[in-house]
Design a protein around this ligand. Structure first.
Ligand SMILES: [Fe+2]
Length: 316
């Protein structure tokens, strides 16, 4: 990392947060496994041997090409979320939610996805992390493809994102230059007709353990509506206790390769399966876990379509 990038990141997120991120990045890049790894904590996304075996298995059954086609068959899923005390001005707000784009792993530099996004009408866009295909290696192509994807999105209230476990901290500035503002344990207010709601975002919890909910919500008055972006659903309990109204996340890909009927084989999350895909509720909080817009590990999908979600807020 260049010295001026390091200095700018330190200024922005503080020495402790940056130090923790970088220590794990270095360790992880070297090992591609979490320290003290056991088979239980094995991460399939990073194992070349595992992914090669999966690829060979699907090719042997002649189903790989179909799985790769499935990975580009985007499904636009629309939902309405009724929120208590949502200001009238935000009733009907449309949020385009993408997640786990893994941009450099999409065929044809995401042309098909860009075509679809250009047709979508929404007020703001949120992306809940994982822009790169791998969890290590160069992110040059990732940024190039992300720039195209962001260029296809047409919203007036901005594109807002967080980092996932595939994203190094130094991708923050290139992503922002490409048109995606990154929330690193912080919140911004969205204002309309003299009233506001809040959009908060935490850094990755799954690999980097850098999600700081207290810090992210520090500036948010408890009585005001807040939407939280988290990469993984695993923070659902903490967020509900902090009275988050709507929790948007991803990471699980809804399983990506599922059994007939959509039951996931692996979710890569430690929360119950009901939080690992689609909409859910916990205490007074509502949530949505994206099925993932892209794919990782092996870029194929079965019984689990890639996700382009649109959430409409309604006043309850
Ligand atoms: Fe992830």
């Amino acid at each position: 990392m260049e010295a001026h990038v390091f200095a700018a990141l330190q200024e922005r997120i503080g020495k402790r947060h940056l130090g923790k991120r970088l220590r794990i990045q270095v360790d992880y890049s070297a090992k591609m496994f979490i320290r003290g790894e056991s088979l239980k904590r094995f991460h399939y996304e990073n194992s070349n041997i595992f992914n090669t075996l999966v690829t060979l298995a699907f090719k042997a059954t002649l189903s790989y090409a179909r799985g790769a086609e499935n990975a580009l068959k985007y499904r636009v899923r629309e939902h309405e979320f009724y929120l208590h005390d949502l200001p009238d001005a935000f009733d009907g707000l449309r949020i385009l939610h993408l997640s786990d784009i893994h941009a450099d792993g999409i065929d044809n530099e995401a042309e098909e996805l860009c075509r679809l996004l250009a047709t979508i009408k929404a007020d703001l866009c949120v992306i809940t992390g994982d822009y790169r295909f791998k969890t290590h290696s160069s992110y040059r192509k990732t940024i190039r493809v992300m720039k195209k994807i962001l260029g296809a999105i047409n919203v007036v209230m901005g594109n807002w994102g967080i980092l996932g476990n595939h994203d190094f901290i130094e991708t923050v500035f290139p992503l922002e230059e490409a048109g995606l503002a990154i929330l690193l344990n912080q919140a911004v207010s969205l204002e309309k007709d003299g009233v506001r709601i809040w959009l908060a975002g935490v850094d990755d919890d799954h690999l980097y353990h850098c999600a700081d909910l207290d810090r992210a919500l520090r500036s948010v008055p408890p009585e005001e509506t807040v939407i939280l972006l988290s990469h993984t659903p695993d923070l659902y309990k903490k967020a509900a206790l902090e009275e988050v109204d709507l929790f948007l996340c991803g990471h699980t890909h809804g399983g990506q390769i599922c059994l007939p009927g959509g039951k996931p084989v692996i979710t890569n999350a430690s929360c119950p399966n009901r939080f690992c895909a689609d909409r859910w509720e916990y205490m007074n909080m509502q949530g949505y876990t994206s099925y993932g817009t892209g794919s990782s590990g092996v870029p194929i999908r079965f019984n689990c379509q890639p996700d382009v979600a649109i959430h409409t807020l309604r006043r309850k």
